[in-house]
Design a protein around this ligand. Structure first.
Ligand SMILES: Nc1ncnc2c1ncn2[C@@H]1O[C@H](COP(=O)(O)OP(=O)(O)OP(=O)(O)O)[C@@H](O)[C@H]1O
Length: 261
């Protein structure tokens, strides 16, 4: 799983403990620009922690994480790692965005404004430019008729589609998706996954996706990484990993998902 020089995202020797709980264990891997990578594995195996580190929401205890060669964390005195300075991170923050399980829309803003906030404040677009972009994105996620609605008046699936439009509004190079359909019933989840299939088909954004939606993972992924206890125990093309997993732990995990379904 050694990262290559050309990789856009590189984790090198990353370890993270919460108390005695080793969440990431000397983890190294890389993701190429434009690659779609799905992270699977049992609950607590460290998948969300990886995405949170890319957003500098969680610090590693040791190791390095780079995006296009920029270090996300640096060491302070006693060896502790903290997020690199804001100035240094600004370029990275414009490239990476995350969609969470719980949508996290601004409840007091209408849909259109939810989407235009970041382009205006992060990218410095004019209000008109940001609105034009937001309307395009709302069309892409099938919600052109909801631009004046408040989030509370939308279904969970519609809110999640707004969250995806909002994430894409900054024209990210990297899109992180953290169990974005886990809170939705199957029909609404399917609508959200269809939107993400479109995103995968029509853009070149790098996607790191934590999901239990295996058919979706099979459709969009270039590679699937199976995590267990903070390590990658198997990395393969989706057809290989799902149809003939090599590790007994992967087989057991995939069986448990089929039993759930
Ligand atoms: N802030 C925190 N404080 C203490 N423990 C934490 C914290 N954040 C995460 N953990 C623990 O770290 C472990 C890994 O969590 P993580 O969310 O990365 O796993 P995951 O593979 O994404 O699992 P899930 O599928 O349940 O989301 C879990 O045992 C979790 O309880």
């Amino acid at each position: 799983m050694t990262p290559a020089d050309r990789d856009q995202i590189v984790f090198h020797g990353v370890t993270k403990k919460f108390g005695e709980n080793v969440v990431l264990d000397d983890l190294s891997f890389g993701v190429r620009a434009g690659e779609r990578v799905t992270l699977i594995g049992p609950s607590g195996s460290g998948k969300t922690t990886i995405l949170r580190m890319l957003m500098t929401l969680t610090e590693p205890d040791s190791g390095t994480i780079t995006v296009d060669g920029n270090h996300l964390f640096h060491e302070v005195r006693n060896g502790t790692l903290v997020p690199a300075g804001e100035q240094h991170l600004r370029a990275v923050r414009r490239k990476i965005t995350m969609v969470f399980q719980q949508y996290n829309l601004f409840p007091n803003m209408r849909v259109l404004r939810n989407i235009t906030e970041a382009p205006v404040h992060v990218l410095g677009l004019s209000k008109d430019e940001a609105e034009a972009r937001a309307r395009e994105l709302l069309e892409m996620v099938g919600l052109s008729d909801k631009l004046d609605a408040y989030p509370a008046h939308l279904s969970g699936g519609q809110q999640q589609r707004v969250a995806i439009a909002r994430a894409l509004a900054i024209r990210p190079e990297v899109l992180l998706l953290d169990e974005v359909t886990s809170a939705l019933d199957p029909e609404l989840a399917a609508e959200v996954l269809d939107v993400l299939r479109d995103v995968a088909r029509t853009t070149e954004v790098t996607m790191l996706c934590v999901t239990h939606a295996m058919k979706f993972a099979r459709d969009i992924s270039d590679r699937v990484l199976m995590f267990n206890e903070g390590r990658i125990i198997e990395s393969a093309l989706p057809a290989e990993l799902f149809d003939s997993p090599q590790q007994e732990r992967t087989q057991r995990f995939l069986h448990s998902l089929r039993d759930e379904a």
